[in-house]
Write a protein that binds this ligand. Sequence first.
Ligand SMILES: *[C@@H]1O[C@H](CO)[C@@H](O)[C@H](O)[C@H]1NC(C)=O
Ligand SMILES: *[C@@H]1O[C@H](CO)[C@@H](O)[C@H](O)[C@H]1NC(C)=O
Length: 217
Amino acid sequence: MEMAAAGTAPRRFSASSAIASLAFVLAAVAACSSFGAEAAAACLSHTFSGGSGGGGRLYASCTDLPRLGAALHYNYTAATNTVSVAFRAPLGEDDGWAAWGINPSGRAGMVGTNAVVAFRRANGTLAAYPTVLDSYAPTMEPAAPGDLAFPVSGVAAEHDAEGKEMVVYATVALPAGEGSKFTHVWQRGSAVVNNVPAAHPTTGDNVLSTATIDFSQ
Ligand SMILES: *[C@@H]1O[C@H](CO)[C@@H](O)[C@H](O)[C@H]1NC(C)=O
Ligand SMILES: *[C@@H]1O[C@H](CO)[C@@H](O)[C@H](O)[C@H]1NC(C)=O
């Protein structure tokens, strides 16, 4: 449109269209910032209902993660260098799984991540345990304590009443001397086969679900 008008349009039209464009840009900026404010508030308004494992827990901080519709709630204790987390991921189907972890190498990727994973077993009970993602095809088996790069305790899971969300709880003793800022990685998958979480999609948001987090903030 601008190119078609360029040869013939008098200047006054250009001026008014410039003002219209500016108004549009300002409106778009306003819309984006109010959207951003709402997004930042989403996890803050979440309350943990207090079913089986969760017991209506409270966390001092939370962040809406930029991929997969997930959120992380956390309590960081500098004195003991520990962080208690509740990772929430939307899970439409009963047989899906959710996982969250820290990659102690600092690499923004799954390999090397020490994770906690949760899913519903074939017999209907919830499984939740730490696991080491040592390759792009990890076993997803429970880690022995010696396999983990840092101690993880209090691992539990909750699947909300409508089955729409999986929550994984854990307390992580953070690696010493590395401050409070870490690379974290999260994931969800739609299938569990023989009580083992099956591979997630390897495109799009499923391979972009990593970020750095400063637990002191
Ligand atoms: C998080 O810290 C707050 C404030 O100290 C405390 O009330 C709450 O119980 C803690 N939550 C967990 C899950 O430890
Ligand atoms: C379900 O399976 C798990 C893992 O095999 C087992 O530990 C648990 O006892 C079973 N629970 C029931 C209610 O069958």
